[in-house]
Design a binder for this molecule. Structure first.
Ligand code: TXA
Ligand code: MG
Length: 340
């Protein structure tokens, strides 16, 4: 199949594709999603096949308003209504217990009694959902294991020939996938299963105490979000984290001594102090975690095309947005940190 890049003014092509059970990637504020009608089992199955995704990893259902969730979940708990009022549309995914006869396919939920929902902050995609009359599954539109796509070209690079089209909405501003918050146990405190741009303290300001799933703090714990256990976000080039700001030049020199080709993923101010590397990708102008977050995946993809022996990457303290940034970078690097 020839994959179409669909311009915003051709959105009808995307809408017709979704209605016909085809796979259409869509833009969001976080990353591009691989869209299919969540109520069409055959279409959802083909999402797993196109991505090469393990079938026990459930999908997020993307909606254009709160009503679309109630058909699956029933009445929403009060704390959910508060979070929705504060953060939707936006980079927050909420996990709810499904009602008995929800009708949501096991192919979407991975056989769990809960499901994940999100309203993305992107006008084109909200229009796609409304005008197709379908709620959409939307895993990140990358081949499983590679960094998530933040421009339409990334989707095309991974999935060309395997999907009907990509609705091109330009670059995603947030650049990392949504915060996933588990609200499924009404008697318990909400749990962050995947950190994202909406931080623990932002959530707590709205609903009181929120905890972070143990596996995010302790590598030996089993994650509750099935997707968090898989290898992720890894380019083919080895990635090594630079833990201390003073180690950059030493790290570069140790590789150049062996005639290796070195790439840097770093802020522009730091790079001016460094010599002897081969390629750089600017994560931010001065050291800034939000800006770095939005360029991390694009940087990993761009540097991976340069045939280097190593990508050295900037680190941040694991708090607030830094928790999300480091969660993705640790996976991309397999936890490897530079030491002499
Ligand atoms: O920002 C995002 O969330 C993007 C955009 C496209 O919306 N989507 C995305 O989807 O990142 P995906 O499929 O790549 O990641 C969904 C995550 C996985 O880690 C999955 O295991 C978890 O959410 N998840 C989905 N349903 C769940 C459930 N019922 N219980 C626990 N975790 C769940
Ligand atoms: Mg993903």
């Amino acid at each position: 199949m020839e994959t179409k890049i669909i311009h915003p003014n051709e959105i009808n092509i995307a809408i017709e594709g979704i209605k016909a059970g085809e796979l259409v990637a869509f833009p969001t504020e976080t990353v591009y999603g691989l869209g299919a009608d969540a109520t069409n089992e055959a279409a959802v199955k083909s999402v797993y096949i196109a991505k090469g995704r393990p079938s026990d990893n459930p999908l997020i259902v993307h909606v254009s308003n709160e009503e679309e969730i109630r058909q699956f979940v029933g009445e929403l708990p009060e704390r959910a209504c508060k979070l929705i009022a504060s953060f939707w549309p936006g980079p927050l995914t909420l996990i709810f217990k499904l009602k008995e006869d929800s009708g949501l396919s096991q192919v979407v939920t991975g056989g769990l009694s809960t499901a994940a929902f999100r309203m993305p902050n992107n006008e084109l995609t909200l229009k796609l959902i409304k005008e197709s009359g379908k709620v959409l599954v939307g895993p990140s539109a990358n081949t499983s294991g590679l960094p998530s796509p933040t421009i339409a070209q990334h989707v095309f690079d991974d999935l060309s020939g395997k999907i009907y089209g990509v609705l091109d909405g330009g670059a995603c501003q947030v650049g990392l996938e949504s915060t996933v918050l588990d609200l499924s146990d009404a008697n318990n405190v909400p749990v962050i299963l995947r950190p994202g741009a909406i931080t623990q303290s932002q959530l707590e300001a709205v609903v009181g105490p929120v905890i972070i799933d143990n596996h995010l703090m302790n590598d030996s714990e089993k994650p509750k979000a099935p997707g968090m256990k898989y290898k992720h976000y890894s380019p083919n080039t080895p990635v090594i984290m630079i833990g201390q700001d003073t180690q950059w030049q030493e790290a570069i020199d140790s590789y150049k001594q062996n005639n290796q080709k070195v790439a840097l993923l770093v802020n522009n101010e730091k790079v001016k102090e460094l010599v002897n590397f081969d390629v750089k990708y600017k994560l931010s102008e001065t050291k800034d975690v939000k800006e770095a977050m939005s360029h991390l995946f694009a940087g990993l993809r761009a540097l991976d095309l340069e045939n280097c022996d190593v990508i050295f990457s900037e680190t941040y303290p694991e708090k607030d947005e830094g928790l999300a940034y480091m969660n993705r970078l640790k996976k991309a690097s397999g936890g490897k940190i530079y030491s002499k």
